[in-house]
Design a protein around this ligand. Structure first.
Ligand code: E4P
Length: 217
């Protein structure tokens, strides 16, 4: 499973990228607001750091305007994936932009039927939002499972990008189901390393090592 990082925090992206943990980046208007940076400038900076797809989202709501914004965002760097909302206009824009050879990430997906439409419109990625479904007492993981089955049934090449990941358990769950990609905030990716038995085991080893009186270096 590929790891995308869901942030426009350049320092965090750089740190995780040096560890080989970043296969791509996702942003959205709320993330750009949080970063407090100009969208074109920060997106370019991210594209210079990361080789994989960097999703940048349009804010227009009509197909023609989405296409124009998408072309402008795609001109930032060859690894831009234009992020479009899952509306009819978004699907129209998806068809046009993917037809031009641009990567497209169709976002705000909350049903399997929406994911089916995005695949038929040529989306490179579909972004089902797990956490936001959990927030309203629905099961985001069921959605990932349904999309996996449907895409496999018909051989759609659209990649399932599990989004709105809030917990480390979400990461395990979507990997088990077979999502192609997951995108999570840097803090969730960092938490994946933690296990209390690792900490306790290391503490014991270090204490015992001290008692040997030996040194390696
Ligand atoms: C995905 O592309 C979105 O940017 C993101 O995962 C949304 O997550 P949230 O529901 O935690 O805001």
């Amino acid at each position: 499973m590929k790891f995308f990082v869901d942030t426009a925090d350049v320092a965090a992206i750089r740190e995780l990228n040096e560890l080989g943990m970043v296969d791509g980046v996702t942003t959205n208007p709320s993330i750009i607001l949080k970063a407090g940076r100009d969208i074109l400038e920060v997106t370019k900076e991210i594209c210079d750091i990361v080789d994989g797809p960097v999703s940048s989202e349009v804010v227009a709501t009509t197909a023609d305007a989405m296409i124009a914004e998408g072309r402008k965002l795609a001109a930032i760097a060859p690894n831009i994936a234009v992020k479009l909302p899952l509306t009819w206009d978004g699907l129209k824009a998806c068809k046009v932009l993917s037809g031009e050879g641009k990567m497209v990430n169709v976002t705000l997906c909350f049903s399997a039927n929406q994911a089916l439409l995005a695949a038929k419109a040529g989306a490179t990625f579909i972004s089902p939002f797990i956490g936001r479904l959990d927030d309203i007492n629905m099961d985001g993981l069921d959605l990932i499972q349904d999309i996996r089955i449907i895409y496999d049934n018909y051989g759609f090449e659209t990649q399932i990008l599990a989004a709105s990941i809030r917990t480390v358990n979400h990461v395990t769950d979507v990997a088990r189901i077979g999502a192609d990609v997951m995108t999570a905030p840097p803090e969730v990716i960092r938490k994946l390393v933690s296990h209390p038995l690792t900490d306790a085991g290391l503490a014991t080893f270090l204490k015992d090592w001290e008692k040997t009186g030996q040194k390696i270096l």
